[in-house]
Design a protein around this ligand. Structure first.
Ligand SMILES: [Zn+2]
Length: 214
């Protein structure tokens, strides 16, 4: 016989430890959970676009750069407000995990205020299909599926662009002209976790850290 299920009113429940909890006004020494809370650094795009330099995207941008920022994370997320046309990705690539691309208006608070013309291709060669994005849209790109070019052709109102990739570090698998493939990584202009005077060279050492280890 099944146990009787008790129904609690969650709006009235209290955390019995609420009064005793540590409130993090400053970093707690030996904090158990501190590595799970990461403040976004301001980043400034370093990638140049033909004709518009580096400022096709509003400065600063926020990015969450996966396991290099929260140990063990398998999640990369960009938060970019596109303000000028820009041909972001010219050749098809694929990833080892799913990716999502999200396009919303950046005229807050109405994210449905959208006035842009973006072209995005899913598939490769004879299978490829190009989609016109001119309304708030999300695209799922399953692991292994070729995608791009991605071209922000017309930006009449700022576009909030989020690229989400479920890997520890952002990267892509490219087909090279000689028939081989190559996986490349890009972790932005952030400094190395172990040497703040050096730019991250995507060596991958910090990806092996665990959040619950000293
Ligand atoms: Zn991609």
């Amino acid at each position: 016989m099944a146990d009787e299920v008790k129904i609690y009113d969650l709006t009235k429940m209290q955390d019995p430890y609420a009064e005793k909890r540590y409130i993090s006004k400053e970093a707690k020494p030996d904090s158990k959970y501190g590595k799970l809370v990461f403040e976004f650094p301001m980043e400034n795009n370093e990638i140049e676009a033909e004709g518009v330099g580096t400022d096709f995207v509003y400065r600063p941008q926020a990015y969450f750069r996966g396991a290099s920022q929260i140990p063990g994370s398998e999640f990369n997320q960009s938060f970019q407000v596109m303000v000028k046309p820009y041909f972001l990705d010219r050749v098809p690539h694929r990833h080892s995990k799913d990716e999502y691309l999200i396009f919303l208006g950046a005229s807050y608070p109405n994210i449905f205020e959208f006035d842009a013309h973006i072209e995005f291709t899913l598939g490769k060669d004879e299978e490829a299909e190009t989609f016109i994005i001119n309304k708030p849209t999300i695209v799922r790109i399953p692991a292994g599926v070729y995608h791009c070019p991605l071209n922000f052709k017309e930006i009449n109102k700022p576009v909030f662009f989020l690229a989400t990739l479920f890997t520890p570090m952002f990267g892509a698998i490219m087909d090279l002209p000689d028939g081989t493939t190559q996986e490349g990584f890009y972790n932005g202009p952030i400094p190395c976790k172990y040497n703040p005077n050096k730019k991250c060279d995507t060596c991958g050492k910090c990806l092996l850290e665990k959040w619950d280890e000293k």
